[in-house]
Structures are given as structure tokens and as C-alpha cells.
Design a protein around this ligand. Structure first.
Ligand SMILES: *Cc1c(COP(=O)(O)O)cnc(C)c1O
Length: 238
């Protein structure tokens, strides 16, 4: 037990806890500024490239939702963290078609739906409940990015609404010079969601937007899920 105690107060443990709590406080402050409650925003700790031991420290600090970019990496970490049964896993990266079967057993929410093809594959392989997804929108129309153009979201929504459960929208804005630079992109995603909710009658309650450098701005613009890596884990392991 002495060893355990020493471990709990180790630098990693303390630093992780401080970082996590500081992010939580900044989220709470941003919700208050926007007249929202702190529990209206879910924090997804983005753990890509981070080893399971660091994820355990973040879990002990209070994180229960983790985001991964690659299916294979997530599957391996799920196995390594199998004793932590209260984790909800998010796929925030592009989903390749040949990884769909693996992804289904792994993630509670897939943030990156961007084609009818992918939706039908998800639906076909899943025999239980409809898979919960967000549609990834390329709000800044960047040529290199995944995601659908804003003007194509409604057609995709119509095509997939019967086969998967679309809970909302997700975006990764073009890298801005400063946090404020993302504000227009976040506002655009929210406006798009409001328009679509009206025209389709779907709730589309979730807006997944905001990362380490701009999550407070995203919350001010209506984010319900923020995806935060570096601010929690410190600089990314390479
Ligand atoms: C890496 C990543 C994040 C987290 O980025 P940070 O800047 O480390 O907070 C969020 N969303 C996606 C899609 C990512 O790939």
C-alpha cells in the first residue's frame, strides 16, 4: 500500500489532475458566460498516441469519455483498460470502410460519418440498436479534409436517417491564427444545425466542436461536446 500511495502523489498523477481540473473549470466558466450550465457540455479527452497508463491517470482525475482517431489503436487501448468499464469511447477520426466491423464493437459515438455508403455499412453490420453517429461537416470547405460540404448535409441526413441514429454535427475548422478565428466556423455549424433541425424535424442536439486552443469559443457558440487532447495530456507523444 505504501507503494500505491507514492504512486498516487507522483508528479504525473498530480500534474494530470491539475490539467484536467483546469480544463473542467475553463469549461464551466465558458458555460456560465453563455448562460448555460456546466453539464450542458461533455468533455471528451482525446487520447490519440497516449499510452494507457496516462489514460488511467486521466480516468482517476475524473474523465469518463475518451476520443481516439484510429480504430486499431482504440481496440488495443480498450483491451489494456478493460478493467475500467465505465469509459465511453468516441471515434473522432475518419472511419475507413474496412474498419467498420471493428469500430462497431468499440465506440459509443462515431463523430465522423460523411457518406451514405459508410452509414449503410454501419447499419448492415449492426444487428442490435442503430449506431449513434454525428455527421462531420467541412464548414470551411477545405479541399484536404474529410467531412461533407455544408450544402450536402441535408441530402446525407435524408439518406441515412432511417438506418443510423444521427445525434448532431461535428466539425474541425481550418487551423486559425487564434481561437477567435474559429468563431465564425463554429457559429456556421450551429446555424446549419438549427436550419436542419427545422427542415428535417430531427433534434440534432449535439454539436461536437472545439479543441485545446479554441474550446471556450466553441462553447460560447453552442458546443455540446468538446474534444480536448493537449490541454489535458500535455504535449502529444510522438
Ligand atoms: C487531435 C484531435 C483533437 C484534439 O486536439 P488538441 O489540439 O490536442 O486538443 C480533437 N479532434 C480531433 C478530430 C483530433 O484529431
Amino acid at each position: 500500500m505504501v507503494e500505491m500511495k507514492e504512486y498516487l502523489v507522483s508528479d504525473l498523477e498530480r500534474e494530470t489532475c491539475e490539467r484536467f481540473n483546469s480544463v473542467r473549470e475553463r469549461i464551466a466558466a465558458a458555460t456560465r458566460r453563455s448562460g448555460r450550465t456546466p453539464d450542458s457540455v461533455r468533455l471528451v479527452a482525446v487520447s490519440k498516441t497516449q499510452p494507457p497508463e496516462k489514460m488511467r491517470a486521466v480516468h482517476r482525475a475524473g474523465a469518463r469519455e475518451f476520443g481516439e482517431n484510429y480504430v486499431q489503436e482504440a481496440v488495443a487501448k480498450r483491451a489494456a483498460l478493460a478493467d475500467l468499464s465505465d469509459i465511453r469511447w468516441h471515434l473522432i477520426g475518419h472511419l475507413q470502410r474496412n474498419k467498420v466491423a471493428q469500430a462497431l464493437g468499440c465506440f459509443g459515438l462515431i463523430h465522423s460519418l460523411d457518406s451514405v455508403h459508410l452509414a449503410s455499412r454501419l447499419a448492415r453490420l449492426d444487428e442490435t440498436a442503430p449506431v449513434e453517429v454525428l455527421i462531420q461537416v467541412n464548414v470551411d470547405d477545405e479541399a484536404t479534409k474529410h467531412g461533407v460540404a455544408p450544402q450536402e448535409v441535408e441530402a446525407l441526413l435524408d439518406a441515412v436517417r432511417g438506418i443510423v441514429k444521427v445525434s448532431g454535427l461535428m466539425t474541425i475548422p481550418a487551423p486559425p491564427m487564434a481561437a477567435e478565428g474559429s468563431r465564425r466556423s463554429f457559429a456556421r455549424l450551429r446555424e446549419l444545425r438549427d436550419d436542419l433541425a427545422r427542415s428535417t424535424g430531427l433534434e440534432l442536439g449535439e454539436l461536437s466542436m472545439g479543441m485545446s486552443d479554441d474550446f471556450e469559443v466553441a462553447i460560447e457558440e453552442g458546443a455540446t461536446i468538446v474534444r480536448i487532447g493537449r490541454a489535458i495530456f500535455s504535449e502529444r507523444v510522438r
